[in-house]
Design a binder for this molecule. Structure first.
Ligand SMILES: *Cc1c(COP(=O)(O)O)cnc(C)c1O
Length: 406
């Protein structure tokens, strides 16, 4: 593959026209490869945030008449992107908080079972939430390798809950959602999917898989803004059966009765806690609109083509320089990772040199997340060339000191 071939792929890319809406400069500057960590804002999202402020100014407290339904309305819209029929998804709270709610609810629903099953090197917040709940409820947190075979081999009649990332945050490995869900349920376990690195880029079919519960982010491939709310999915069959532990007034059956005792609202609304952030919800709504317009099928097709190109270029340019591919060439998500003993300094050199913005993950990984809405094939091609040139120039001058955020 040469650069002309990458340019040719951009010319025939059916999503090429979306890029200008994200105000990405065409020449100069660093290539943004961190769409898997924080997506870029589209014009529509900026406009929606401004419109939300004006709406607040005009309607003041009267706005709540309509705003109160936004977590469920935007949730239904988001649900369509992850294969969830209406009435099962909310956009609210953070992913961490939503995970706490669903893991607690699921564990409490399986009192006779001792084990919570998860993957050893999963995202920190997931591990910490599981540690908290397992320790608090006297359960054993059983950690295994993140392959389908290892997970299936660990399932038993002791398994209460299985909690997994669909796409792994460092390696980008993608698990078979249908297969694991079925296997876990055959053992009587409940299955929770973390879709942080899937939603908006990778096909997910929660209802089709028969998933029990799920959570995810909107600020990664869904481009809804730093700290935009997460989402939570609870399959219809569990409504009224599982109970989440954070009893707030937004999850109360008759919120404005302000009654003495908490009674969970019917359906998915019982997973609300407190007052939702309306400006952020308007941003999520607009960002979902852009993703819908592009179409998940086209996004996934382009994402695979972008990561194919990255993998080919990494093999051609970086592996000869001592890097290794950390992402499986088979079942993977929308980002690609490379390992290198000097990954931290390499990543700093790329960012400080305004060459490539990726991110470092300990101990030795650089992640490249080419978001298909606004990343070109030439960006992937050039990013790998810049990474190679940086290694060839040597990393000795780079200060190994660490910043607070990587
Ligand atoms: C990004 C990410 C999160 C983030 O959780 P927050 O509560 O939004 O900080 C959670 N889980 C996984 C797997 C992630 O990749």
């Amino acid at each position: 593959m040469d650069r002309a071939e990458a340019e040719a792929l951009d010319r025939t890319d059916p999503l090429a026209a979306f890029r200008v809406r994200f105000h990405v400069g065409d020449t100069g500057g660093a290539i943004y490869m961190d769409g898997n960590s924080l997506g870029r804002p589209a014009e529509e999202v900026e406009a929606a945030i401004s419109a939300a402020v004006i709406e607040w100014e005009r309607r003041l407290v009267g706005g709540w008449e309509e705003w109160i339904d936004l977590p469920a309305r935007v949730g239904d819209r988001l649900g369509r992107l992850v294969g969830a029929a209406p009435g099962q998804t909310l956009v609210c709270d953070s992913t961490t908080l939503n995970l706490y709610k669903v893991v607690s609810a699921a564990v409490a629903h399986q009192p006779g079972r001792r084990e919570v099953l998860a993957v050893t090197d999963d995202f920190p917040t997931d591990r910490y939430v599981l540690q908290s709940i397992a320790e608090g409820r006297g359960k054993k947190l059983r950690l295994v390798d993140g392959t389908e075979d290892a997970i299936e081999a660990a399932l038993s009649e002791r398994t209460a809950v299985v909690c997994l990332s669909h796409v792994h945050f460092t390696t980008g490995r993608r698990l078979d959602g249908a297969r694991i869900t079925t296997a876990a349920q055959e053992h009587g376990a409940l299955v929770i999917w973390d879709l942080a690195h899937s939603a908006g880029a990778v096909p997910v079919d929660l209802d089709g898989w028969g998933a029990d519960l799920a959570v995810g982010c909107t600020y990664k491939y869904l481009n809804s803004g730093p700290g935009a709310p997460g989402f939570v999915y609870v399959a219809q069959r569990h409504h009224g059966r599982l109970r989440q532990p954070i009893w707030g007034w937004f999850g109360q059956a008759d919120q404005f009765e302000m009654g003495e005792r908490y009674e969970p609202a019917a359906g998915i609304r019982s997973y609300l806690t407190g007052t939702p952030g309306i400006i952020a919800l308007r941003a999520v709504d607009a960002a979902i609109g852009v993703t819908e317009e592009a179409g998940l099928e086209r996004l996934w097709a382009k994402s695979q083509a972008l990561t194919d190109l990255l993998i080919e270029r990494i093999a051609a340019r970086l592996i000869p320089l001592g890097a290794q591919l950390a992402t499986p060439t088979g079942s993977r998500g929308a980002h690609v990772s490379v390992r290198h003993p000097e990954a931290w300094r390499w990543c700093r050199a790329l960012i400080e040199g305004e060459l490539v913005i990726g991110d470092f993950r300990p101990p030795d990984v650089i992640r490249l997340g080419p978001a298909p809405l606004y990343t070109r094939f030439v960006d992937c091609f050039d990013a790998v060339d810049r990474m190679a040139a940086t290694l060839e120039a040597g990393l000795e001058r780079i200060d190994p000191g660490k910043g607070r955020v990587t």
